[in-house]
Ligand binder design. Structure first.
Ligand code: BGC
Length: 277
């Protein structure tokens, strides 16, 4: 079996779409990080166009590499089943197939926080953690991934839990809310503390990882969130989605010695009912 050592990862977010060519041995980008803004409204056609243009740039570097794409929605059997921060037109769409048609290439298609969590378990803060890890991404929304002994349990949507009077907690505590309301680090941390306490109470994790672009400022707010579980910044910062999508694409191609989480994502996806958040 040939070992796939490079793959392309594309991370579609509520505000930006970014991609890069990844060295899977080192868990590092080996191309420029190509970034474009997410088109206003997050409509399928507009997003497909941006992804196609990013891929055109990257394929100059590697035209045979597997391609992984991650997206901010529940992804089941290649369909996007929710749309919290993009156009509602994504709900129920056969997105993986549409991307493949538009890109002219097979892809592996997964939730963005799952990709980020997978990357942290392969290359980052959750590597070799023998227990339950919850990865959270603080961005336009709050993304989450559950990883148990390096196996990803896909499509956890823990950003949408209700706490106290706050239904759908990401609308109260995401990084986009911090920016829009110009919250101080202290005030934001006061919103995040009950969130992480709730995850702690519900799941008894061994480690909680905090990712998203804002994790580069982790020193400003993580020490203010005093919980019993170790709470650490993502090692891969804002590249986790790209790295995880690429790694899942390579594992999906069956070219790694150990079975990747993409296998689990597929199996679980096949039997799932639809949800809309
Ligand atoms: C979506 C998740 C996504 C997260 C981060 C949430 O609003 O429901 O699927 O992972 O945002 O982008």
């Amino acid at each position: 079996m040939t070992l796939v050592t490079q793959a392309i990862g594309i991370d579609i977010g509520g505000t930006g779409i970014k991609g890069g060519l990844v060295d899977l041995e080192r868990g590092e980008l080996i191309s420029d990080r190509v970034k474009r803004p997410t088109p206003e409204g997050g409509e399928p056609d507009a997003i497909m166009k941006v992804v196609t243009s990013i891929l055109a740039d990257l394929q100059e570097a590697a035209d045979t590499a597997p391609i992984g794409v991650c997206f901010p929605a529940v992804v089941r059997d290649g369909h996007t089943m929710s749309a919290a921060n993009v156009s509602k037109k994504w709900i129920g769409l056969a997105a993986e197939r549409l991307f493949e048609q538009s890109l002219g290439h097979d892809i592996t298609f997964v939730n963005d926080a799952d990709a980020a969590g997978y990357a942290e378990s392969e290359f980052g803060a959750a590597k070799d953690v023998d227990g339950l890890v919850i990865m959270t991404t603080l961005g336009t929304g709050i993304g989450s991934a559950i990883i148990y002994r390096n196996l990803l349990v896909p499509n956890a949507e823990l950003g949408h839990i209700d706490i106290g009077e706050h239904a759908d907690y990401e609308k109260y505590a995401s990084n986009a809310v911090r920016e829009a309301k110009d919250l101080s680090w202290k005030h934001w941390a006061a919103r995040l503390k009950p969130y992480y306490e709730t995850l702690e109470r519900l799941f008894s994790p061994d480690l909680i990882i905090v990712g998203g672009g804002v994790s580069k400022h982790a020193d400003e707010f993580l020490p203010l969130i005093d919980i019993a579980t170790p709470l650490v910044p993502a090692v891969l910062r804002n590249n986790a989605g790209i790295l995880g999508a690429a790694a899942l694409a390579a594992h999906g191609a069956g070219a790694r010695p150990t079975k990747g989480a993409e296998h689990l994502v597929r199996e679980t996806n096949e039997r799932a009912p639809s949800v809309s958040l």
